[in-house]
Design a protein around this ligand. Structure first.
Ligand code: SF4
Length: 333
């Protein structure tokens, strides 16, 4: 029987699932994921986690709890830095410790630190540390990662070819199956911004992307803007941003605002997220200067779908009045 590694379907799942899944598979290890977020997973996460944590962290606890009796290891890397001279949110860094503290009877965690703050080359030692759980030979581990990384590059190419990342994750089992993937076709776009785990977890945001598609708007997200482009725009900020995810979100928003290729922006934020509060302020101001409508959806475990629907419908109605009547309704108060 082969070894099973669990990857919880939360937090970095939405960014790096393909990379790590393929790496483990290339080492001959099976990967098990938790199901899509549902009421039970949310409730369990809320029960296990401290009240002060943000919603995605609570939900992540629910995913880990689901997996704990079904796998030999759970993969929860300590994500300190994923880019030179930059950091992740402190809650990402503390995640493995938080999980160990809050959930009993866990299988062994693979909680290797990923820290590229000094050099991207540091990924090598993290990869060997992870791979050594399953293979002794360093060359085998290196080859498994190189192959996974090439597969991951194909995935990144897909996302920057106007395909919403989660569509690749959910609809297509293997990248090689992708042929006629649905591209934009409504001729008008809304940018949905926020952390990947807030905008691609359909349970957290109550299927926001489908709601916008049903009203005949295409959706574009930060991951669909090429990284070098979003970095170029983020570099124009008067002060350098040290959070990698913040750079991506703010830079991609500035790029599309300036090229005026979007009808509006919906920002999806977790209640109490300090990083989001900085980003929201910067993006809302930029949108206002360029007369791009902006709305904010703040989520916690009490958020009801009726409230989200009302906000989204009102926002879309306003965009349609604007387009139809060619008037410049202010959406910023
Ligand atoms: S960036 Fe915000 S939403 Fe994400 S883990 Fe940190 S506090 Fe939570």
């Amino acid at each position: 029987m082969s070894i099973k590694v669990g990857i919880p379907r939360g937090m970095f799942y939405f960014d790096y699932y393909f990379l790590w899944k393929n790496f483990f598979n290339n080492l001959g290890v099976d990967v098990i994921t938790s199901p899509k977020t549902n009421k039970d997973i949310l409730n369990k996460g809320v029960e296990l986690c401290v009240d002060e944590a943000c919603l995605p962290i609570k939900i992540y606890h629910g995913h880990v709890d689901y997996l704990k009796d079904k796998v030999d290891y759970i993969f929860i890397p300590k994500m300190t830095s994923i880019h030179k001279k930059e950091y992740c949110c402190p809650k990402h860094i503390g995640l493995p410790d938080m999980i160990k503290n809050n959930i009993r009877n866990l299988p062994p965690l693979i909680d290797t630190e990923i820290n590229l703050k000094k050099s991207h080359k540091n990924i090598k030692s993290s990869v060997f540390h992870i791979g050594k759980h399953f293979k002794k030979n360093s060359k085998t581990i290196a080859e498994a990662f190189q192959k996974a990384y090439r597969q991951y590059q194909e995935y990144i190419e897909m996302t920057t070819s106007k395909i919403i990342p989660i569509d690749i994750n959910t609809k297509y089992k293997e990248l090689s199956y992708i042929t006629n993937v649905k591209k934009e076709n409504y001729g008008r776009r809304i940018m949905v911004l926020g952390h990947s785990y807030n905008i691609y977890d359909y349970y957290i945001n109550m299927d926001l992307i489908s709601k916008l598609n049903k009203r005949r708007f295409d959706v574009v997200t930060a991951e669909m803007v090429k990284e070098n482009r979003s970095r170029e725009y983020a570099a124009r900020l008067p002060k350098r941003m040290f959070w990698t995810h913040g750079q991506r979100i703010v830079g991609s928003a500035f790029a599309l605002i300036e090229e005026k290729s979007i009808s509006g922006i919906v920002y999806v934020s977790a209640f109490g997220c300090g990083l989001d509060s900085v980003l929201i302020d910067l993006i809302e101001r930029k949108a206002k200067e360029n007369r791009i409508p902006f709305t904010l959806l703040t989520l916690d475990e009490q958020t009801g779908e009726a409230g989200i629907n009302t906000r989204v419908e009102a926002f879309i109605d306003m965009l349609e009045w604007r387009n139809r009547d060619e008037i410049d309704l202010s959406t910023h108060g």
